[in-house]
Design a protein around this ligand. Structure first.
Ligand SMILES: [Zn+2]
Length: 359
């Protein structure tokens, strides 16, 4: 198949459904992805440009608490606003796919296949735990200090330097919803995927692909590869998200970031269906034999997740799926030299969502 006739799948970062898109989002991945998709289409290529909302993120819970809303109400209103904003931009996307039973089945099938193949390992880890609330903390539920750059950071990965801070690595952790709660570390058994097991394939992948990446993302990948690679949580003791179906971790949920690849496959299938090109299997267009050119557009804070974690989730399936040709990542949008920030009231919302409706 020649490059000219290769189908293309362009995926823009999956927006968290905890508010509308602001100008930083829109001028970053959604505009960049749209321009690239239009360019491909103008050169005669068959292209699918897609994304879907990332409803399982813990940031939905923390934002809903701050606004006095139920998380599912916040998800519903945010998805409608995000969809209106994308439509107002005039992107090639035909809308946002519903996060429904087919979505959840796609995510679980993707993970069950890896579980059945013995790819996951049960690990004892120390997690921050809010003693009064009786809740384990991860990602948006915990804030503290990044152990790599010492900037303020949430759990999971640091927005400032891009490095991960899994499990007990975040310094001085506080419970986002109630900073007065006492946070201790408590042992917990979760399923993980050991990224270090994929070092050889990652190294050859990056050697071939990162020459096309932007320098900052390339630098972060090289910093991450220079150290032991962390384990990826596959399940987590949380209450918001998709229930994990594995007998080793009863009562836990699927760790939100490992939904990204099956979510993107589902979004690709839904978009193809909307455009009159349905496929029998939801993951069909992502299979290696389809030979699609796959390109992601996202912000620098997603380089660790989309560029490493989710790549390993694809590689864990052997040679079944295609891997991205490139991760095009934008830097944060600055205002007077400072990062756009909700807390500094910098956000400029899309025209479809005036500030009064979102704060
Ligand atoms: Zn940092």
């Amino acid at each position: 198949m020649t490059t000219r006739s290769r189908p293309a799948i362009v995926v823009a970062a999956t927006p968290t459904s905890n508010g509308d898109l602001h100008v930083g989002h829109m001028s970053g991945p959604y505009l960049g992805g749209d321009v690239y998709a239009r360019y491909l289409r103008a050169t005669g290529r068959q292209v699918l440009y897609t994304t879907c909302t990332d409803d399982s993120q813990s940031y939905v819970v923390s934002t809903a608490h701050r606004r006095g809303l139920a998380p599912d109400e916040l998800v519903r209103t945010s998805m409608a606003k995000i969809e209106r904003s994308l439509e107002a931009m005039g992107t090639l996307m035909p809308g946002l796919p519903p996060i429904d039973d087919r979505y959840r089945t796609t995510v679980l099938d993707f993970l069950k296949e890896l579980h059945a193949a013995g790819r996951f390992q049960l690990r004892k880890v120390q997690l921050p735990y809010a003693r009064n609330a009786g809740a384990f903390l991860y990602d948006g539920l915990v804030t503290g200090t990044c152990p790599s750059c010492l900037a303020a950071s949430c759990g999971g990965a640091c927005e400032n330097c891009g490095h991960p801070n899994n499990f007990d690595e975040l310094l001085d952790p506080k419970y986002t919803i109630d900073p007065s709660d006492t946070v201790v570390f408590r042992e917990c058994e979760i399923l993980v995927l050991a990224m270090e097991d994929y070092r050889e394939r990652l190294t050859s992948y990056y050697a071939a692909r990162t020459p096309r990446w932007r320098p900052h993302a390339r630098q972060l990948i090289s910093e991450l590869l220079s150290k032991p690679l962390p384990d990826i949580p596959v399940t987590i003791p949380g209450t918001w998200g998709i229930a994990a179906p594995f007998p080793e971790t009863p009562g836990q949920i699927v760790y939100p970031w490992v939904e990204a690849m099956p979510a993107s496959m589902y979004a690709t299938w839904w978009t193809a269906t909307q455009l009159g090109r349905p496929t029998t299997e939801v993951d069909e267009l992502w299979r290696a034999d389809h030979d699609a050119e796959l390109v992601y557009f996202h912000g620098f804070d997603n380089v660790y997740h989309w560029g490493l974690v989710d790549l390993v989730m694809l590689l864990a399936h052997g040679d079944k799926y295609t891997t991205p040709e490139s991760n095009v990542c934008n830097e944060f949008y600055d205002l007077d030299g400072e990062k756009f920030s909700t807390s500094r009231n910098h956000l400029i919302w899309s025209a479809s969502s005036p500030p009064a409706a979102t704060t």
